[in-house]
Design a protein around this ligand. Structure first.
Ligand SMILES: [Zn+2]
Length: 103
């Protein structure tokens, strides 16, 4: 069985996740937003594999999470208060975001 969150909720300015292996993650919403993997935020690789990260401007509501849902059994899809909702964070990415924070 693949690793997946059993529970997720926003606590203060963090997204708290409880994983199927019993671990917990706390990911700052600002960090989560800045890691948005959608093409508009993260950039798409060109034919040579270079990724040029586009300039992304954030507004006062960009780091506020309006809502989120799980899609396809593999990803979390947040809707931000500035209306941005095209980022799909795979569970693997979410888990990595937290583990990077710990180091
Ligand atoms: Zn995005």
């Amino acid at each position: 069985m693949t690793l997946h969150p059993l529970r997720a909720e926003v606590i203060g300015d963090e997204l708290a996740l409880v994983w199927s292996d019993g671990k917990e993650s706390y990911i700052a919403l600002e960090k989560l937003r800045r890691a948005c993997p959608c093409a508009a935020c993260g950039g798409e690789p060109d034919v040579l594999g270079h990724v040029e990260r586009p300039h992304v401007s954030y507004g006062p509501h960009s780091f506020e999470l309006r809502s989120f849902c799980f899609v396809g059994g593999y990803a979390l899809k947040p809707t931000w208060n500035d209306g941005h909702d095209t980022g799909l964070y795979t569970f693997r990415q979410l888990r990595a975001l937290n583990e990077n924070a710990a180091t």
